[in-house]
Design a binder for this molecule. Structure first.
Ligand code: ADP
Length: 490
């Protein structure tokens, strides 16, 4: 099968969060299974160019129709750790992708509508006819609309679209100018409630809804979240559209890339280890303490890694920090936020904790350090308000770091409470709590830290259970191949 992934992120060249990991990991798995896989990304100025091999222009003059005229683009090709990636570089005064960052600009819908159009135009002009175009998140939601309303009729009739939603909160609302720009010239038709009209703003179109309505299959990143999106407020207004399209909607749990996240071979950690050589994990704990200037003491290290977004449970993260240092644990945070207010709040805590040898806050994005924290910590907290899948608890499990998570989305599908789960004992791998409150996470942390001190052998069993869980792309890879086959023959 020939599969093209179109996305705004791909690890490690352009990664903001889990989306980047998923796009890379899934592509790799599909290739291992014998498919031909290519990726299309924007050519950002702020990419990690040191992770792209053989970057060169492969398609010099791509003219992408835009507002009745056309924007001149070049398409670059390079390998990202073996993956074949095309990077679209527009030459226009809009300067869509040369802004020093990935997201957060005033013209977001326009940037991504343009990127989706350019990706299709590139496929069309270069004669590529993938069996499957796999689009991700709101940024590429307009692609299937353009494919099935326009490009299908001029030759791209064999392509099918799989659309994966990684985060329902960001849906891409825009005005009718997007339709004009992309040449979708019948506003009354596209604004119809069964097509693109935003569920709460009748004067807006909604990119994510477009993806749901027009794609051949829609997934989100865990079975629990698929249910939540349909039946609770976590669909952020799209529950009705999902209900109408329920026959082509499902949840597929993400995997993690076992080459990148492998404690037995990880080049970023000083002491590689496995479930059989667990003692070697603790050299990483020492190294982590040394690097972050934490005191060496007989205490567990509790970590948080992630975007400092309200989604992640900012208040519970803050509370956990204070709880840990007051209850015999050390606390390490690695995270950053595009919001100055949230960043400043954590900078404030960092200054306040400056002399505290039981905590460290690293505010920023640091892939290398994240590996050392996963390997060196004893527990990792994920107190999310909502969590479509969540990768940090999965990476934690792989590195023998016990997750303490809220029972929501993919967290509920991957972490099973040691004391209360109805799973067999050997499948229980962490601690889970229900309510998004400080008391909620405190009770779970209390049990986790308590076990660490009182029953170290039991704690190790929990670690071992997590380490032997299969969180690789093997199962999800098969699910996606099944989905592709299903829609290919329709
Ligand atoms: P989301 O996609 O909501 O950001 P996930 O848990 O699905 O959350 O994925 C987060 C990914 O990003 C993980 O691979 C995590 O290690 C990584 N990550 C998040 N914040 C940072 C950071 N500040 N430094 C390094 N890696 C980070």
């Amino acid at each position: 099968m020939f599969i093209v992934q179109v996305a705004s992120e791909c690890a490690p060249v352009a990664k903001v969060g889990g989306l980047g990991d998923v796009v890379y990991g899934l592509s790799r798995e599909l290739e291992i299974r014998g498919n031909s896989v290519e990726l299309i990304l924007p050519k950002y100025d702020c990419m990690r160019y040191d992770h792209i091999w053989g970057l060169q222009i492969t398609y010099q003059d791509l003219w992408v129709p835009w507002y009745g005229g056309a924007i001149h683009c070049s398409v670059w090709f390079g390998f990202v750790h073996g993956r074949k990636c095309f990077f679209i570089e527009p030459h226009s005064s809009d300067n869509f992708f040369n802004r020093g960052g990935f997201y957060g600009y005033n013209d977001e819908p326009m940037r991504w509508a343009f990127f989706s159009k350019a990706a299709l135009e590139f496929l069309y002009k270069s004669g590529k006819r993938p069996d499957i175009i796999h689009c991700h998140d709101w940024q590429t939601g307009m692609l299937p609309v353009m494919l099935f309303e326009t490009y299908q009729h001029i030759g791209m009739h064999s392509c099918r679209v799989c659309y994966t939603i990684h985060n329902f909160k960001h849906q891409g609302q825009a005005g009718g100018n997007v339709l004009t720009a992309t040449g979708l010239n019948r506003p009354d038709y596209f604004y119809a409630p069964e097509r693109l009209r935003d569920p709460s703003h009748p004067s807006a179109i909604n990119f994510m809804k477009a993806g749901i309505v027009y794609s051949n299959f829609v997934t989100t990143v865990s079975p629990r979240h698929a249910w939540e999106a349909r039946f609770t407020d976590q669909g952020y207004g799209l529950g009705h559209s999902l209900h109408i399209h329920q026959g082509k909607f499902g949840g597929v749990l993400n995997g993690i890339d076992y080459d990148v996240w492998n404690p037995e071979t990880d080049p970023y950690i000083p002491s590689t280890f496995s479930a059989e050589t667990l003692d070697k994990k603790y050299a990483n704990k020492d190294a982590l303490r040394e690097r972050l200037l934490l005191r060496k003491d007989f205490k567990p290290i509790v970590a948080f890694i992630g975007r400092l977004d309200p989604q992640k449970g900012i208040e519970q993260i803050r509370h956990s920090l204070y709880w840990c240092i007051n209850n015999g644990a050390q606390f390490v945070l690695l995270g950053s936020s595009p919001s100055a207010e949230i960043n400043n709040m954590f900078w404030g805590i960092k200054r306040q904790m400056n002399d505290n040898q039981d905590s460290h806050l690293e505010i920023g994005f640091n892939e290398e350090l994240s590996h050392l924290i996963y390997a060196g910590a004893d527990m990792i907290i994920v107190p999310s308000m909502f969590e479509p899948c969540g990768l940090t608890q999965m990476i934690g499990l792989r590195y023998g770091t016990v997750p303490v998570v809220r029972e929501v989305g993919g967290l509920a599908d991957t972490v099973f409470d040691r004391d209360y789960s109805d799973r067999p004992v050997e499948e229980r791998n962490g601690y889970v709590y229900k309510h998004a409150t400080n008391q909620g996470i405190e009770s779970a942390l209390h049990r986790a830290v308590g076990l660490w001190y009182a029953y170290p052998d039991e704690f190790r069993k929990l670690v071992a259970n997590g380490m032997k869980q299969d969180l690789s792309w093997n199962n999800p890879g098969q699910h996606y191949v099944n989905i592709y086959n299903l829609i290919r023959h329709k």
